[in-house]
Design a binder for this molecule. Structure first.
Ligand code: B12
Ligand code: SF4
Length: 456
């Protein structure tokens, strides 16, 4: 019988459509490993991977017979987490919340969601085992740094302790608690990434000032797993789960040139026979790195937070220039690495003109693929606090989704702008032809044909 069940709550339908591939809940795997290290029995229910609605998720939790149930919650699944917690609470389980949403807004979250008995702010690696042991031994909750709890109608926040200083001291994530990798966590076939693949996050904290970034959990100081530890994790994933590809989801893997060089050297020397991909912020890519990365097995890079308008890049304080984007793309492709351009529309100061600038950049430069996301200033980032100065939040009439709509645009114009960016990519003759001729890219072809029917 598991003593603690950790839960990844479902996203609503609208978010699922935006993010069709479930990501591995790395935080929960990491917490499960830390709990096990301290002798606790743990189970994990990933509602996103198993496509469980709250009711079905709770049935699974109850069947595991735990006394404690820990939910991870971001701002997009906090409601479903609370719905599940309410059902668990009614059955006498102690419900605990952690993750990015409650860390950003602790008192407000506990006030709005009485379904959670307790919460923990920040990194839970050391603190969640501390909390479970305090509960088991009847010790005061106030003795646990980062705890948030109710006391006589008040909500108390205990100051957080220090960050985990040496990430290598953490145990390997408990990937064994997840449902089968090959079945549940695979990227779309059109990305042509070797399968099965797994996500890794190998660093925490970021000193940079992008206004849409929530740094509440990990702070501003960059901490890295050593290349040796990263290679150990990969070896384990290969031997236990047959992994053939690693997607490094760190926002800024390339922030430290020396670290990337060492990692690449380690990957090359250990001859693991895998490929890998990562995310790159264009201005941080040192010109020497792409060749190194390619030799070490990097086959694809996602260039993040893009806009073709300098005005938007500046308004979001990305510190990037349009030239940085063009230069990074050229360097990566010259080294034989495919590039996915991840554009954001609807940022502060977005207008029809700035969206046309993005469409024009997409037309002019040869991204291998693009992804277009709506800007979403969620709780915990600077942009959430200043959003009302630059626009408003509007409900999408076709879903429960809320969009940020900048001052100079209507929601319809914003949606049309996003279509215009898709169209700029998919209607390029080379891209359109490759969509039609390769079966795995047929969903892209459908997207392209849809964008042909776009009415302005
Ligand atoms: C990797 C990543 C992804 C990956 C993998 C996500 C996953 N399932 O783990 C992918 C690409 C799939 C992804 C998708 C999305 N992501 Co994301 N992602 C990240 C990133 C860069 C790192 C997260 C991570 O794995 N960290 C490593 C692990 C160890 O940390 P962790 O999960 O936070 O867990 C620690 C603590 O939070 C805490 N904790 C967590 N859960 C619990 C539970 C309990 C009970 C306790 C006590 C403690 C606790 O302890 C853990 C260990 O220390 C963060 C950036 C960031 N700074 O956090 C954004 C971030 C979390 N993502 C974000 C968003 C918005 C999304 C999407 C909605 C984006 C989209 N539009 O598609 C989706 C939805 C995700 C989902 N499935 O619900 C936002 C969330 C903002 C917010 N206010 O909610 C962040 C903060 C980025 C940002 N904008 O600032 N994401
Ligand atoms: S978005 Fe990425 S680069 Fe910008 S502050 Fe956040 S982690 Fe750092």
């Amino acid at each position: 019988m598991a003593e603690v069940t950790l839960v990844n709550p479902p996203l609503d339908e609208a978010c699922r459509r935006l993010m069709p591939v479930p990501g591995i809940p790395i935080g929960l795997c990491q917490l499960a490993a830390s709990l096990r290290l301290r002798g606790h029995k743990v189970a994990l229910v990933d509602c996103q991977a198993l496509d469980l609605d709250p009711q079905a998720g709770v049935e699974q939790i109850l069947s595991l017979g735990s006394r404690y149930v820990g939910f991870t919650g971001n701002s997009l699944n906090i409601d479903s987490a609370a719905q599940m917690a309410g059902m668990c609470q009614a059955k006498g389980l102690k419900t605990i919340l952690g993750g990015v949403h409650v860390t950003a807004k602790p008192t407000e979250t506990m006030f709005n969601y009485p379904q959670f008995d307790l919460a923990l702010m920040g990194e839970g690696d050391v603190r969640l085992p501390d909390l479970i042991e305090a509960l088991e031994r009847g010790k005061p909750i106030a003795s646990v740094p980062g705890a948030v709890y109710r006391d006589n109608g008040n909500i108390n926040e205990i100051p957080r302790g220090a960050f985990v200083r040496d990430l290598d001291e953490l145990p390997l994530p408990a990937w064994d608690l997840l449902p089968d990798f090959a079945q549940y966590y695979q990227p779309p076939a059109r990305w042509e990434i070797p399968r099965p693949s797994a996500i890794l996050v190998t660093s925490r904290g970021c000193p940079l000032p992008c206004v849409f970034c929530n740094k509440s959990v990990f702070g501003r100081q960059r901490r890295f797993h050593s290349p040796r530890h990263i290679i150990n994790m990969i070896r384990h994933l290969i031997s236990e789960h047959g992994i053939k590809h690693i997607a490094f989801e760190d926002d800024t893997l390339v922030i430290n040139k020396h670290h990337v060089e060492q990692l690449c050297r380690g990957l090359s020397e250990s001859k693991l026979g895998i490929t890998w991909s990562c995310r790159v912020k264009s201005d941080l890519l040192h010109p020497d790195l792409p060749a190194f990365m390619k030799r070490a097995g990097c086959c694809q890079v996602t260039m993040t937070h893009l806009s073709g308008s300098q005005r938007i890049l500046d308004a979001l304080n990305t510190k990037m220039t349009v030239e940085d984007i063009e230069e990074a793309l050229g360097l990566l492709q010259k080294s034989g690495i495919k590039v996915l351009g991840q554009f954001v529309v609807g940022g502060f100061e977005e207008s029809e003109e700035t969206m046309r600038e993005s469409a024009s950049l997409i037309q002019q430069v040869p991204f291998d693929d693009v992804d277009i996301q709506f800007f979403n200033p969620l709780p915990g980032c600077e942009a959430h606090e200043t959003a009302s100065l630059f626009g408003r939040f509007e409900q999408d009439s076709k879903s429960t989704h809320t969009h940020f709509v900048p001052k100079d645009l209507s929601l319809k114009q914003l949606t049309q702008g996003r279509e215009m960016l898709w169209k700029a990519h998919y209607l390029k003759p080379a891209v359109f032809f490759s969509c039609l001729t390769r079966r795995e890219r047929w969903p892209d072809a459908v997207q392209a044909i849809r964008s042909l029917t776009l009415r302005k």
